[in-house]
Design a protein around this ligand. Structure first.
Ligand code: NAD
Length: 320
């Protein structure tokens, strides 16, 4: 099997390649060429950690495997980021393990790529103001990937812990975009596109905050109980996701689904928009993409990285 260590990923994977891989696999999911396995995600009762597995099989891309890992909220004391994961790929012809790939940076890149894909396909025309809710590790990747869509002239941001906002200010400065910290009502009123990427368990962005034509990429909720958006806002928006079953069970739409204000048929897989099978935004005022994070995204970027690592002599071969 091949091992691609975490430290090699930054030199191998580009945000552009992650965007292409994720857009392709979302389209493959919509065409039934690829499917995700049921997610296992457990609060293990130790270190407040959430641990689990996300896997799938892409028949078209011949990629089989899983990502194992999760979220350890107290990792700062170990000098580590809170998200920790490894991707394992298997040979679909034989079942033999084919690769183990560091999954931390890949997760940030594939998650940011997912919201950027949603912005490409769903943002209102002429979107100029990007609103960021969240200032943790993922937020900088999210802002960078959104900026690559080329539409934004300004970033405004809010975070439940204001002392973390410097990450957003520094990232915007690096991108050459003006940044302003604002309260949520102003963020909801002024932003054309909003990305939420927090660990919240209660709604932060309320229905009354959001005015005018807006696209929201809700990226933080990937577990039962987490929540970033007011269900009333979900109730009046046109809804998209990476995978419908996941969004109504562990994603942002779990709450509106539980309250029965939406049903599965109100949620469209974004792959259908990518393949041209669904009109996308249409005449909707508010669109929401619920990025729950699917195993196939991880496998897509990991598969690309293994090929690059082999070509560049950065993959280590081991017998197991
Ligand atoms: P982080 O620990 O670096 O940052 C946490 C963020 O959430 C900060 O903005 C912090 O202020 C905020 N926060 C922390 N506790 C909160 C609370 N109780 N209420 C409201 N906000 C709170 O985390 P990160 O790596 O930036 O990840 C952010 C979130 O994104 C996590 O919930 C993570 O599970 C999720 N995530 C989702 C995907 C996906 O594919 N959808 C992928 C990776 C991470």
């Amino acid at each position: 099997m091949w091992v691609v260590p975490e430290k090699e990923i930054a030199g191998l994977m580009t945000p552009e390649a992650a965007f292409d891989a994720v857009e392709r696999v979302f389209a493959a999911m919509a065409s039934d060429d690829a499917y995700n396995f049921p997610v296992v995600r457990e609060a293990i009762g130790y270190e407040d950690a959430l641990y689990g597995f996300k896997g799938g099989f892409d028949r078209a891309g011949k990629t089989l495997g899983l990502k194992a890992g999760g979220y350890w909220p107290n990792n700062q004391k170990h000098g580590l980021i809170n998200h920790q994961s490894t991707v394992f790929l298997f040979d679909p012809d034989t079942g033999r393990v084919a690769a183990a790939v560091g999954g931390n940076l890949l997760t940030a890149l594939r998650t940011a790529a997912a919201s950027a894909v949603s912005i490409k396909h769903l943002a209102p025309k002429g979107a100029k103001v990007l609103g960021m809710i969240g200032a943790g590790h993922q937020s900088a990747f999210q802002m960078r990937a959104a900026a690559r869509t080329g539409t934004f002239e300004k970033v405004i941001g809010w975070n439940p812990h204001p002392e973390m906002l410097s990450r957003l200010a520094d990232t915007a400065a690096d991108l050459g975009l003006p940044f302003e910290a604002v309260e949520l009502p102003r963020l909801g009123a002024e932003a054309d596109v909003i990305i939420s990427i927090t660990s919240a368990f209660e709604p932060l962005l309320m229905d009354a905050h959001v005015e005018g034509s807006t696209h929201i990429a809700a990226m933080g909720t990937d577990t039962k109980g987490k929540q970033e958006l007011d269900p009333a806002l979900v109730g009046r928006a046109r809804l998209f996701t990476d995978e419908v079953a996941q969004s109504v069970s562990i994603g942002e739409f779990q709450h509106a689904a539980a309250q029965k204000t939406i049903s599965d048929s109100d949620v469209t897989a974004i792959g259908r928009v990518i393949t041209g099978d669904h009109e996308g935004r249409g005449d909707a005022e508010v669109t929401i993409f619920d990025g729950t994070g699917v195993g196939l995204q991880d496998l897509a970027v990991a598969g690309a990285v293994v090929e690059l690592a082999k070509q560049q002599g950065k993959a280590i071969e081991v017998e197991i």
